[in-house]
Design a protein around this ligand. Structure first.
Ligand code: HPA
Length: 267
């Protein structure tokens, strides 16, 4: 299936060879509208599934941004949609085979760290996999990565510094921290958020970690960016809604887009 997807994409894009892959999270997909060179809908690509979440379009977009060839996922597959974890990470393996060297994974997240405000952007420095599943379970493809891959530096430290510097130069304030992934789709309880804080998380969300594990396993450099869309449950007295999450992502999208463009320039 992997080879069929890669062959199909290569045929449709005339062997466009992207070096950067970007996964655009909830409400952050606009970058792909701005730079759409060519788009393939997920439903036409072998092995891809249709995206079921509102705020996620469901297409692979190929474009040149700041003279770099990029492929963008406008919408991702979440475990909570009922996809197998293998389906969730399938596009990452496809990107690797297309020649992608660096993956920028983005998401909407809840702020666990009390210093974070809605619409803040956070550079992910590390993660906690609390999904209860690992995308590398199953037969290992030794041509892509090792059976027992080291996860000491999933989020390439040199790129954490690069993103931080890009933020400083653009005057965009950036937070830094640990992202913890749970399956969702229910948001966390206040007790779960207290646990997340106690074990070292700064933000919680329902994505990113499976993709980052596979990208790191396959030898790609990884940059993780969270848009803090709300204070996680119990951190503030306000209840959570998907509409508020989308609204906060919307408020952050201008700075999000300029940051990503600047980072692409500097990679
Ligand atoms: N929790 C989990 N995922 C999220 C949140 C949250 O508070 N906000 C946006 N995505």
């Amino acid at each position: 299936m992997l080879n069929s997807a890669v062959e199909y994409i290569n045929k449709c894009t005339n062997n466009f060879k992207p070096e950067i892959g970007i996964i655009l999270g909830s409400g952050l997909g606009e970058l792909a509208d701005e730079y759409c060179g060519q788009a393939l809908s997920y439903s036409e690509i072998p092995g891809f599934e249709a995206s079921t979440v509102s705020g996620h379009k469901g297409r692979l977009v190929f474009a040149e941004i700041n003279n770099k060839k990029v492929v963008m996922m406008q919408g991702r597959f979440h475990f909570y949609e009922g996809h197998s974890i293998q389906k969730v990470v399938f596009p990452i393996k496809v990107m690797k085979k297309l020649g992608v060297k660096t993956i920028i994974v983005t998401n909407a997240a809840g702020g666990v760290n009390a210093d974070f405000k809605p619409s803040d952007l956070m550079i992910i420095t590390d993660h906690i996999n609390f999904m209860g599943v690992n995308p590398l379970i199953g037969l290992n493809d030794d041509t892509m990565g090792e059976r027992f891959p080291d996860m000491s530096e999933v989020y390439t430290p040199e790129y954490v510094s690069l993103v931080q510097k890009a933020g400083e130069d653009l005057g965009i304030e950036l937070q830094k921290g640990v992202y913890m992934a749970l399956t969702g789709p229910s948001y966390e309880t206040p007790a779960e958020v207290r646990m997340a804080r106690t074990i070292g998380a700064d933000a919680v969300g329902m994505s990113t970690v499976p993709e980052a594990i596979v990208a790191s396993w396959a030898g790609m450099k990884v940059i993780g960016l969270s848009c803090i869309c709300n204070s996680a449950a119990g951190v503030s007295t306000v209840g959570l809604s998907h509409a508020d999450v989308i609204k906060a992502a919307d408020d952050a999208k201008v700075k999000f887009k300029s940051l990503v463009k600047e980072v692409i320039k500097r990679i």
